[in-house]
Design a protein around this ligand. Structure first.
Ligand code: ATP
Ligand code: MG
Ligand code: FE
Length: 345
């Protein structure tokens, strides 16, 4: 079975094509992404109107490139999946409208799926089907959540989420503070390698004994970094940016891995999947490997390219949805910025 996936929830226009074999394994046939990130860089964040217009321009060429790479035409595809939410309303609308047009023109079933479940599904492209129950740490530009995934299509339960900023958002804000380019994850990750992660003891949000056990908070950490930098600047002292980056990164990785491993143990699940853009972070991966190994938990992290937004993860989730025998979405499908995690609910 061949499924094509379309992603336009934020600033990446993605079209991916996957083949699912009867044993549930997925083969990646195409993964084309066009990003408008450079157009947003000077604003320090995604500008919704710019993103929508860029999707309009990139949709057809990206679709063509994906079909060319897979050496097929739309008639060879068995189903079309599209991100219906969550995300920016105008951006989502472009992908949903395109998917509806392609589906009705080619006479293919259409499946409107959840972007966050798609981030988790990305891992099945690299590591095969998920075990019957696993914990997912979803860390991206807009979300930081712990999800108990009993079934990618029909049973995902939110265990905890951030009460303020998302992890990726904290990276982007701290990068701005340090005069690093947007998005902030990659430059902080790189700079942190040359700094001392123990130089500054930044706060670990919501890790106290009485704090929300599975919740996250990153806004206090960002403020603490800002205060620390301001103090240095006021005193006319140079800011050791690499040490700040490394210490900030250490605080984020420490909290995320500590809470994820604790939740996995409490819930009695043996597998942790980390996905979303921040899952591409080198220190997060390293610390997660150490702590999961010590706790006897299997760790799965997709390759960095599949951690950030792409169409392949939507095609992957679409393939699982089709295989589960779920009904296609009606052609009246519309974008829903607060779409539930579970398909069709
Ligand atoms: P959401 O999935 O919540 O809708 P999004 O789609 O914008 O948000 P992603 O594309 O999954 O988010 O991830 C983008 C985020 O990942 C950005 O905040 C970026 O800074 C962060 N990021 C990317 N690479 C790294 C890295 N190596 N280290 C840390 N953060 C990273
Ligand atoms: Mg992006
Ligand atoms: Fe995303």
């Amino acid at each position: 079975m061949i499924v094509l996936g379309i992603e336009t929830s934020c600033d990446e226009t993605g079209v991916g094509i996957v083949r699912r074999s009867p044993d549930g394994h997925l083969e990646l046939l195409a993964d084309e992404v066009a990003s408008s990130v450079e157009e947003h860089a000077r604003f320090g964040g995604v500008v919704p109107e710019i993103a929508s217009r860029a999707h309009l321009q990139a949709m057809v060429p990206t679709m063509r490139r994906a079909l060319d790479t897979a050496k097929m035409s739309l008639s060879d595809v068995d189903a079309i999946a599209v991100t219906a939410g969550p995300g920016l309303a105008g951006a989502l609308m472009v992908g949903v409208a395109a998917a509806k047009a392609y589906a009705s023109a080619a006479g293919k079933p259409l499946y409107g799926v959840n972007h966050l479940a798609g981030h988790v599904a990305a891992d099945t492209l690299d590591h095969g089907p998920l075990p019957s129950s696993c914990l997912a740490l979803l860390v991206s530009g807009g979300h930081s959540q712990l999800l108990l995934v009993d079934d990618l299509v029909s049973k995902i339960t939110e265990i905890g989420s951030t009460i303020d900023d998302a992890a990726g958002e904290a990276y982007d804000k701290v990068a701005r503070l340090l005069d690093l380019p947007y998005p902030g994850g990659p430059p902080i990750d790189k700079l942190a390698r040359t700094g001392n992660p123990k130089a500054i003891d930044f706060p670990r949000g919501l890790t106290g004994p009485r704090d929300a056990r599975h919740g996250f908070s990153f806004s206090g950490l960002k403020t603490s970094v800002a205060r620390w930098v301001e103090k240095r600047e006021r005193a006319g002292e140079p800011v050791p940016v690499a040490d700040v980056a490394a210490s900030f990164q250490e605080a984020v990785a420490d909290v995320l891995t500590m809470k994820a491993v604790r939740a996995a143990k409490e819930l009695g699940v043996g597998t942790l999947v980390i996905s979303g853009g921040v899952a591409a972070n080198s220190r997060l991966g390293e610390l997660a490997r150490e702590r999961c190994a010590a706790a006897g938990i299997e760790l799965r992290v997709p390759r960095p390219r599949l951690c950030t937004d792409n169409g392949a993860m939507i095609a992957a989730l679409g393939a699982h949805v089709v295989a589960a025998g779920a009904d296609p979405s009606p052609l009246t499908l519309s974008a829903d910025p607060s779409l539930p995690l579970v398909y069709g609910s």
